[in-house]
Ligand binder design. Structure first.
Ligand code: HEM
Ligand SMILES: *[C@@H]1O[C@H](CO)[C@@H](O)[C@H](O)[C@H]1NC(C)=O
Ligand SMILES: *[C@@H]1O[C@H](CO)[C@@H](O)[C@H](O)[C@H]1NC(C)=O
Ligand SMILES: *[C@@H]1O[C@H](CO)[C@@H](O)[C@H](O)[C@H]1NC(C)=O
Length: 329
């Protein structure tokens, strides 16, 4: 073997090794992190999440989306929860998220209950990860053991959000590039987008697909025509910005794989949903998840665990907040 080829092989081997090595943040995460310091943590979280879902089912999508947005902007460190008197924290970003208040309320309720049992021990970032698993599980989705040991971040700025969150008009290339920055693959993109099997979207997010697709075509031809008619009825031209529709028109509050069957049938609400089927780069993955709920659940769990490892704060990079909406000092 000549030297150049041997060198190349070594480089490939090194790259493979590097890709299996944990990044610095991972080392401290463990499902048993609070086993001795807060032994009843998981049942406290489950109880409070269940109680909140019984008050309003919006808890499910609101909590799930909040976690995704937190992790994508500066890591899973509860920075999205910080309330700023000047409206310049992460949650105030103009790229704004329209994050539903029930997600914040869920985490605050759980935190209060956890502080009563184990004061000053459990981070808001870990509570978000647990509550997110619980809303998925309680909506008939998969269960997984949640890695724990994150600290709460010390920074939350609206100006950090720009360019970090995917947009509803994006196509697969842009979405993939955004996810790839976090080492999340095309399969992860498709699996995580399955979160749109629950929750609501405001009409203003997709009316351009109904009434302004192009200069010659009113309505995006990748919509199923009947679905487009239904959406036009629910979201007339100049619809008020408060009106919203279910994202999964078939089973809106159940965490299942119908999202993917919907895409095959042209029932993807956003461009960013429908392109996952229409783009050949991801079509096979969509078909696989449409045909097997188990394949979807396995991929979703795997991707959620890796999403939960993004930008984990340890040691002097963070703190255990007393109240999730404010830094300790
Ligand atoms: C792939 C790119 C994605 C785009 C472009 C996107 C975009 C959006 C948009 C525009 C909304 C509607 C917001 C509104 O009108 O109020 C929404 C809702 C939602 N998204 Fe995504 N999202 C993406 C991925 C994800 C991921 C990965 C998750 C979670 C793992 C997620 C979870 C949710 C949930 C649960 C809702 C419903 C929120 C509610 O009902 O309060 N999304 N998303
Ligand atoms: C992605 O993985 C590579 C190689 O394992 C690593 O160097 C890089 O830091 C990771 N990026 C992120 C955002 O985790
Ligand atoms: C929420 O409602 C379900 C179904 O009625 C019930 O089984 C569960 O115990 C309730 N959760 C709480 C915390 O009360
Ligand atoms: C989101 O942004 C819009 C326009 O930039 C603004 O009118 C609205 O009040 C913002 N919503 C929240 C919850 O910050």
């Amino acid at each position: 073997m000549d030297r150049r080829r041997r060198c190349l092989l070594l480089m490939v081997a090194a790259a493979l090794l590097a890709s299996t090595m944990p990044s610095p943040g991972d080392a401290t995460l463990s499902p048993d992190y609070y086993a001795s310091s807060c032994p009843n943590l998981e049942s406290i979280v489950r109880y409070e999440v269940s109680r909140k879902i019984n008050l309003t089912v919006v808890t499910i999508p609101a909590t799930l989306r909040l976690f995704f947005h937190d992790c994508l902007v500066g890591g899973c460190d509860a920075s999205v929860l910080i309330a700023s008197p000047n409206n310049d924290a992460e949650k105030d970003a103009s790229d704004n998220m329209s994050l539903a208040g029930d997600g914040f309320d869920t985490i605050n309720r759980v935190k209060t209950a956890v502080e009563n049992a184990c004061p000053g021990v459990v981070s808001c970032a870990d509570i978000m990860a647990l509550a997110t698993r619980d809303v998925v599980y309680l909506a008939s989705g998969p269960y997984w053991r949640v890695e724990l040991g994150r600290l709460d971040g010390l920074v939350s700025r609206a100006s950090n959000v720009k360019g970090k969150l995917p947009g509803e008009h994006m196509h697969v290339k842009e979405l993939a590039a955004m996810f790839q920055k976090h080492n999340l693959s095309l399969a992860d993109l498709v699996a995580l987008s399955g979160a749109h099997t629950v929750g609501f979207a405001h009409c203003t997010r997709f009316t351009s697909r109904l009434y302004g697709y192009s200069s010659s075509t009113l309505t995006d031809p990748t919509y199923n025509p009947d679905y487009a008619d239904q959406l036009k009825e629910a979201c007339p031209r100049n619809v008020p910005p408060t009106i919203a529709v279910n994202m999964d028109p078939v089973s809106p509050i159940t965490f299942d794989n119908l999202y993917y069957a919907n895409l095959v049938n042209g029932l993807g609400l956003f461009t960013s949903d429908q392109v996952l089927y229409n783009d050949l780069a991801t079509q096979e993955i969509v078909k696989r998840f449409a045909n097997s709920q188990k394949a979807f659940f396995d991929a979703f769990v795997d991707a959620m665990i890796r999403l939960g490892r993004l930008g984990v704060k340890t040691e002097n990079q963070g703190e255990i907040r007393k109240v999730c909406t404010a830094f300790n000092h």
